[in-house]
Design a protein around this ligand. Structure first.
Ligand code: SDX
Length: 430
C-alpha cells in the first residue's frame, strides 16, 4: 500500500518527509500520522474535505465519473442481479454468497426477526406523533440493553451474531415505529416471507385481513435498500466508526448513526425533497426556487441536489429514477404530478449555469421520496427506510474498523482560537 513516493514538506526551514499511500482506486494519500511528532504541527480540514479517516475495502466512489462500487462490484449490476440480503452479505464478508451461503444466511436472518417483547414497551413511552426517527434512535439504542450474551466483539462469532440480529430486527423495529405512529397494532414478522416482503407485511398488513405484497413494489423496495446500503465514509458512517472506536457496543453505535443520518443535509434530504416539491407545486414555479437556491442570502438549497463527493450524476439517482418509473407504471400513476415536477426541475437545474459550474446533480434522495410515497410509505418514514438499509453498511464498516490492525480510538485534534491563558479575577473585580 505504501508507494515508493514521498511527500516532502518544508516547515519553517525544516524538511519533513512523509510516505504516500497508494490506493486500489482513487486519490493517493499522504500519511500524516507522524506529522505532529516530527514537526509539531497539525493539519486543518474542517468537514474533512481532503482527509481519509481510515483504510477501507468496502465501498469506492468516483465522484467525477459518478461511479459507486460495493466490494468492487458496480452498483448498477448489484441492483440488477442481487437482492438486499446478498448485498448485506457482500458488504460484510467481501464476497457475494454462493447459492448455499445465500440460503443459509436468509434462514439465519429469518430466525432473528422478532424483538424481545419488553422492547415493545419502549414505544409506549413516546407520543403517538413522535417522529419515527426519534423512536428508532431510542429503540435501537435500547437493544444494547438486551443482548449481554454476545458482547465480546473481539470474537468473530459475537460480531456475526450482532450483525445478524440488527439486520434481522431493523425491519421489525421500523415497521413497529410506523404502526405506533398510526395507532395500528404491531404485526409480528412471518418466517414464510422474504426479507422485503416480510417488511411490507409488517408495515402494511393488518390482523383482520390477508396481505399479499405486490411483487413489483417489493422488488422496487429491495433495490431501494441496495442503493442505500453503504456509501464510504459519509457523516453517519463516520459517526458509527468513531462511536465504535471507543469499544461501544454496535447497537449503541448504530443508534448514533441513525441520529446523524436524520439531518436534512444527509439522510433527511429525501423527506425534505418531497416537502420541497410539494411547496413548488407546479413546474411554472421551478424558476423561482432555482433562483432562491442560487441566492447567497437565501439559506434555501435544492433538496436532493448536490453532493460532497459526486461532481457528476449520483449513479443511485439514475437507478432510483428508473425504479420510480417502474413503480408509477405498475400503479397506473405515470402522470404522477410530483414525478413530472421532479423531472422538470431536474432538466431545468441541469441546464442552469450555476448548477453546471458548481457540478450540482441529483443525488440518491431526489427521487427516493416520490417512489416511497407511491409505494405507500409516509414521508416521515423515508429516512427510517434509509437507516434500515444503511445498517448493513454501518455494521460492515464497524467490523472493518474493529478488525483493522491499526485500530485506535478516534481522537481528532483542533485549531484552538479561543482566549489566551489568563487568570480568574475575584468576583468583585470582574
Ligand atoms: C446524502 O456523504 C454521503 O455520501 C451522503 C449520502 C450517503 O449515501 O450517505 O450520499 C446521502 O446525504 C446525499 C445528500 C443529501 N442532501 C441534500 O440533498 C441536501 C442538499 N444538498 C446540499 O446541502 C449539499 O449539496 C451537500 C450537503 C449534500 C453537500 O455539501 P458540501 O459538499 O459541503 O458542498 P457545499 O455545501 O460546500 O456546496 C458547494 C457549493 C456551495 O456554494 P458556494 O459556497 O461554493 O458558493 O454548492 C452550493 C453551496 O451553496 N450548493 C447548493 C446545493 N448544494 C451545494 N446550492 C443550492 N442547492 C444545493 N442543493
Amino acid at each position: 500500500m505504501t508507494s515508493e513516493r514521498i511527500a516532502v514538506l518544508n516547515i519553517e526551514g525544516k524538511t519533513i518527509e512523509l510516505p504516500v499511500l497508494a490506493p486500489t482506486h482513487g486519490n493517493d494519500c499522504v500519511d500524516i500520522r507522524a506529522l505532529g511528532g516530527k514537526a509539531g504541527v497539525f493539519t486543518y480540514d474542517s468537514g474533512f474535505l481532503s482527509t481519509a479517516s481510515c483504510k477501507s475495502s468496502i465501498t469506492y466512489i468516483d465522484g467525477d465519473k459518478g461511479e459507486l462500487l460495493y466490494r468492487g462490484y458496480p452498483i448498477e449490476q448489484l441492483a440488477e442481479q442481487c437482492n438486499f440480503l446478498e448485498v448485506a452479505y457482500l458488504l460484510k464478508n467481501g464476497e457475494l454468497p454462493t447459492a448455499t451461503q445465500k440460503t443459509d444466511f436468509e434462514n439465519t436472518i429469518r430466525r432473528h426477526t422478532l424483538v424481545h417483547d419488553q422492547l415493545t414497551r419502549f414505544y409506549n413511552g413516546f407520543r403517538r406523533d413522535a417522529h419515527p426517527m426519534a423512536v428508532m434512535t431510542g429503540v435501537v439504542g435500547a437493544l444494547s440493553a438486551f443482548y449481554h450474551d454476545a458482547m465480546n466483539f473481539s470474537a468473530v462469532g459475537h460480531r456475526d451474531m450482532s450483525f445478524n440480529r440488527i439486520i434481522a430486527k431493523l425491519p421489525t423495529i421500523v415497521a413497529m415505529a410506523y404502526k405506533y405512529n398510526s395507532g395500528l397494532p404491531f404485526m409480528y414478522p412471518r418466517n414464510d416471507l422474504g426479507y422485503v416482503e416480510n417488511f411490507m407485511y409488517m408495515m402494511f398488513g393488518i390482523p383482520c385481513e390477508e396481505y399479499r405484497p405486490n411483487p413489483v413494489l417489493a422488488r422496487a423496495l429491495d433495490v431501494i435498500f441496495i442503493l442505500h446500503a453503504d456509501h464510504e465514509q459519509n457523516a453517519s458512517t463516520s459517526t458509527v466508526r468513531l462511536a465504535g472506536s471507543s469499544g461501544a457496543n454496535p447497537f449503541a453505535c448504530i443508534a448514533a448513526g441513525i441520529a446523524c443520518l436524520w439531518g436534512p443535509a444527509h439522510g433527511g434530504a429525501n423527506e425534505a425533497c418531497l416537502k420541497m416539491l410539494e411547496e413548488i407545486g407546479d413546474a411554472s414555479r421551478v424558476g423561482e426556487f432555482i433562483k432562491r437556491a442560487k441566492d447567497k442570502n437565501d439559506p434555501f438549497k435544492l433538496m436532493g441536489f448536490g453532493h460532497r463527493v459526486y461532481k457528476n450524476f449520483d449513479p443511485r439517482a439514475k437507478l432510483m429514477r428508473k425504479v420510480c418509473r417502474e413503480v408509477l407504471t405498475e400503479l397506473g400513476l405515470e402522470n404522477d404530478r410530483l414525478f413530472k415536477l421532479a423531472l422538470a426541475l431536474e432538466k431545468i437545474a441541469l441546464e442552469d449555469e450555476y448548477f453546471i459550474e458548481k457540478k450540482l446533480y441529483p443525488n440518491v434522495d431526489f427521487y427516493s421520496g416520490i417512489v416511497q410515497k407511491a409505494i405507500g410509505i409516509p414521508t416521515s418514514m423515508f429516512t427510517c427506510i434509509f437507516a434500515l438499509a444503511r445498517t448493513a453498511g454501518w455494521m460492515a464498516q464497524w467490523e472493518e474498523m474493529l478488525t483493522d490492525p491499526e485500530y485506535k480510538i478516534g481522537r481528532p485534534r483542533q485549531l484552538y482560537i479561543g482566549a489566551a491563558r489568563r487568570d480568574v479575577m475575584p468576583l468583585e473585580k470582574r
